[in-house]
Design a protein around this ligand. Structure first.
Ligand code: TYD
Length: 260
């Protein structure tokens, strides 16, 4: 079918688990305008794509597995997704639906266009504070969906989505700070802890709900640990990956914060 294709994104694997990245300007055939994840899908139901947007979309199995049935009016094809680094690109105009999902399925949808959330729009004036916030959550008969429109539901464009998965229970991730990057961190499956340290005070947040996110402002030393089995940590970021934006040395971090 014209345009529909599987796209494999990087899987960066080490002893601390797996990380996959989807970002503007690399492999992704469009720029991200909005992002949604569908979860708590009810057995025997189907999820109809195009409910949220009519634009180019990318569909990913962040957890579990399911069939994506695509149809363009003359042809129908079925793709099975069950790996977080393997996505299905569905161009504008091609219909799609999900069927046969496993019980723990989480569907990530990235879209080139704005997504209809139906929820009250809440421009976020206080984004410069690290805290856990509720997102636009919509409940359907088939399951739940959380929607984040870049530059609309949050005060930055989503230029990158990356996610951590298969993290061993005794491993920790992070241990670095960013100079400019702003992020939303979401437990789309399972749970984990995020400790934020501004150089003077530390606070630990436990994330366990797909409908809420921890906002992480620039200049925060972060550590993630206590991953439950099957946990998936989704991060929506204000920029593509650059090694220059990282501070990986704690003393350098304190100097950056002018605390040393
Ligand atoms: P890192 O950010 O250190 O992981 P974590 O904070 O989860 O412990 O990234 C691990 C490796 O992956 C590192 O070599 C950089 C690379 N990476 C990318 O290439 N792109 C990305 O978007 C991210 C987040 C990491």
């Amino acid at each position: 079918m014209i345009g529909v294709r599987i796209v494999d994104f990087p899987k960066i694997l080490d002893e601390r688990g797996s990380l996959s990245v989807i970002e503007n300007g690399s492999l992704l055939p469009f720029d991200i305008a909005a992002c949604a994840w569908v979860y708590d899908l009810r057995d025997g139901e189907e999820w109809t794509g195009r409910r949220l947007s009519d634009s180019d979309e990318l569909v990913v199995a962040l957890s579990g597995g399911f069939d994506v049935i695509v149809e363009d009016g003359s042809e129908q094809e079925t793709y099975h997704l069950n790996r977080p680094y393997r996505a299905l690109y569905v161009p504008e105009g091609v219909g799609w639906r999900i069927a046969g999902f496993s019980t723990n399925s989480v569907v990530l949808i990235l879209s080139a266009g704005e997504m209809k959330s139906g929820a009250m729009h809440n421009p976020d004036s206080d984004f410069y504070k690290n805290q856990v916030v509720g997102l636009n959550n919509v409940k359907y008969a088939q399951g739940k969906v959380t929607i984040v429109n870049g530059c609309n539901d949050i005060p930055f464009d989503i230029k990158r989505a990356y996610y951590l998965y298969d993290v061993p229970a005794d491993e920790s991730r992070g241990s670095h700070a960013h100079k400019e990057l702003r992020q939303l961190v979401i437990a789309v499956s399972g749970s984990f802890h995020v400790t934020l340290d501004d150089g003077m005070e530390k606070h630990t947040y436990t994330l366990s709900r797909p409908g809420e996110a921890l906002r992480v402002t620039p200049g925060m030393w972060r550590t993630l640990d206590g991953f439950s089995s099957g946990a998936v940590c989704l991060v929506l970021a204000s920029d593509v990956y650059t090694a220059e934006d990282y501070i990986r040395d704690y003393d350098e971090f304190l100097e950056f914060k002018k605390l040393k």
